[in-house]
Design a protein around this ligand. Structure first.
Ligand code: AP5
Ligand code: MG
Length: 215
């Protein structure tokens, strides 16, 4: 299956993507995680992306689209993938369509995680992320690690992401409304969108997503 996850910052895309990808046996491709891995490895791409990310702005398309394409072309993604955080504006969605068409492929579903702003602010305020692998995600109240400050999976240090400041979060929400939300209509026109209420327990949200994919 080829799936796109969309939703505001803090909706739980990364949290859900990890479980869904494992359940469906497809790779979880998060452009945010790819950027953070590049930053921690000190690559040129990471260096170029960092200032945009810290401010909560989109990294320019000419950097992002090529990086996402390279990842989707890797062997493990040949049978499908779950995209988390890509596409994030209409020009990225159009670029993805071109890529898929070139490989005679199509998307199966776009899952739109719906949650109100108060809740995303709470979720982001308490989030802790693993330094070694930013797809390992915790929350001080809702999903605490077994040992405070230490990742359960690989022992990495848990930290507060640089784009979790109040100012960056406000900007990311704004960027989401102005640049990312339009892709929902873009995909609605293709009949691909399922809206998933993302409030409640993580496992209940996962079940709603899996039910939507069966349809
Ligand atoms: P990215 O890393 O994609 O960030 P984001 O979209 O802002 O989303 P988040 O990762 O902050 O939230 P999430 O929805 O994954 O929620 P999470 O699972 O962590 O992008 C970062 C930056 O990279 C962008 O701002 C941009 O600069 C750049 N970028 C990335 N892709 C790009 C692109 N395509 N083009 C251009 N630039 C790009 O959950 C949040 C918290 O809630 C966690 O603590 C979690 O434990 C908790 N939680 C989750 N579910 C629940 C639940 N059901 N109940 C209670 N708590 C929950
Ligand atoms: Mg995420």
């Amino acid at each position: 299956m080829r799936i796109v996850l969309v939703g505001p910052p803090g909706a739980g895309k990364g949290t859900q993507a990890t479980v869904l990808a494992e359940t469906l046996s497809i790779p979880h491709i998060s452009t945010g995680d790819l950027f953070r891995a590049n930053i921690s490895q000190g690559t040129e791409l990471g260096r170029r992306a960092k200032a945009f990310m810290d401010a909560g702005d989109l990294v320019p398309d000419e950097i992002t689209i090529g990086m996402a394409k390279d990842r989707m072309e890797q062997e493990d993604a040949a049978g499908g993938f779950l995209l988390d955080g890509f596409p994030r504006n209409v020009s990225q969605a159009e670029a993805l369509d071109v890529m898929l068409k070139a490989g005679a492929m199509n998307l199966d579903a776009v899952l739109d995680l719906e949650v109100e702003e108060d809740e995303v602010v709470k979720r982001l305020a308490g989030r802790r992320t693993c330094r070694k692998d930013s797809s390992h995600i915790y929350h001080v109240d809702y999903r605490p690690s077994k040992v405070e400050g230490v990742c359960d999976i690989d022992g990495g240090e848990l930290y507060v992401r640089e784009d979790q400041t109040e100012e960056a979060v406000r900007n990311r929400l704004e960027v989401y409304h102005t640049q990312t939300e339009p892709i929902i209509d873009y995909y609605k026109a293709q009949g691909l969108v399922s809206t998933i209420p993302a409030l409640g327990e993580v496992k209940d949200v996962t079940q709603r997503a899996l039910d939507a994919l069966k349809k």
